[in-house]
Design a binder for this molecule. Structure first.
Ligand code: 5RP
Length: 252
C-alpha cells in the first residue's frame, strides 16, 4: 500500500526533481525510524515484573522508553535507571518509576541505542554525548540490549568517530595523545562553543579510520590521563536487535 502510494506520488513529481529528491530522503528517514521502533518493540519483550531496567539515551532508546511507558500503564512493574536527564524526564512524564543509580547494586536489563555495531557485538556509542552514564549503566547491567536501525551495522567500527569524554583541563593533552595513537581529534561544538556533557566535560570526536582491533584501541584510550570515558563499548552488549525493513534481526 505504502509502496503503491510512493509510486503514484513519485511519478506525478517526475518533472520536479528537487521535490522528488526530498521525498526520497523523507521516505528513507521514515524507514529507519520505523526500524528503530520495531527493534524497540522487540526489545521490551525481554522485560519482566520486578526488574531494574536501564533506560538508554537517543532516538532509538526513546522508542523503547515510550514502549515501556505503555507496558507500565498496562501493569508492568519495573524500576528504571536513566542514562541522561532527557531519558529521566521522559520516563517520569510517562509514569515510569525511576531510582538513582546509587540505590541499585545491579541492573537486570538495559535497552539502549548505538551509533555503530559489529556482528561480534562491539559498539560505538556517544553520538548523543551520554556515553559516560551509558557505560556505567551498561557495566552494571546483566543483559545489555542494543536496538538499532539497519544503517548502524558495519563490518569494522570507525566510520563514526569515537566520542572521548575528557576533563576540560586535559583536552589539549588528550588530543596530542590521540595523534600519537594514529588518530585525529576535534572538540565537539554546539553553537560554536565546546559542548559540555551532563558532567561538565568536553567530548573529543576521534577519527582513527576503520578500526581492526577495537579492544586494543579501547584499552589505549582508557590509559590516557584526563580521559573520563570513551564510546567504544567492548563486550558489553548481550544482544543487538536491528530493525530490518518490516522485521528485526537479533545478533547475540
Ligand atoms: C547517545 C548514544 C545513542 O544511543 C546513540 O548516539 C544512538 O542514537 P540514536 O538512537 O538516536 O541513533 O550513544 O550517547
Amino acid at each position: 500500500m505504502e509502496l503503491l502510494f510512493f509510486i503514484i506520488v513519485s511519478s506525478s513529481f517526475f518533472n520536479f526533481p528537487s521535490l522528488r529528491a526530498s521525498f526520497y530522503v523523507k521516505l528513507k528517514m521514515k524507514d529507519l525510524n520505523n526500524e528503530k521502533k520495531l527493534a524497540a518493540k522487540e526489545a521490551v519483550k525481554y522485560l519482566k515484573d520486578n526488574q531494574v531496567v536501564g533506560l538508554g539515551s537517543g532516538s532509538s532508546a526513546t522508542h523503547a522508553i515510550l514502549e515501556i511507558g505503555e507496558l507500565v500503564k498496562n501493569g508492568l512493574k519495573i524500576t528504571g535507571v536513566s542514562t541522561s536527564s532527557k531519558s529521566e524526564e521522559l520516563a517520569k512524564s510517562l509514569g515510569i518509576p525511576t531510582v538513582d543509580i546509587s540505590s541499585v547494586s545491579s541492573i537486570d536489563v538495559t535497552i539502549d541505542g548505538a551509533d555503530e555495531f559489529t556482528s561480534d557485538l562491539n559498539l560505538i556509542k556517544g553520538g548523543g554525548a551520554a556515553l559516560l552514564k551509558e557505560k556505567v549503566v551498561a557495566s552494571l547491567t546483566k543483559e545489555e540490549i542494543i536496538i538499532a536501525d539497519s544503517s548502524k551495522k558495519v563490518e569494522l567500527l570507525g566510520k563514526f568517530t569515537i566520542p572521548v569524554e575528557v576533563i576540560r583541563y586535559a583536552s589539549k593533552y588528550v588530543m596530542s595523545e590521540i595523534v600519537l595513537l594514529g588518530g585525529k581529534g576535534e572538540i565537539r561544538l554546539t553553537e560554536g562553543e565546546p559542548l559540555l556533557t551532563e558532567e561538565g566535560n568536553y567530548i573529543i570526536d576521534a577519527d582513527f579510520g576503520l578500526i581492526p582491533d577495537p579492544a586494543y584501541l579501547a584499552t589505549r584510550l582508557s590509559e590516557i590521563a584526563g580521559v573520563v570515558e570513551h564510546g567504544l563499548f567492548i563486550k558489553l552488549a548481550a544482544r543487538v536487535i536491528m530493525g530490518n525493513n518490516d522485521s528485526t534481526i537479533t545478533f547475540s
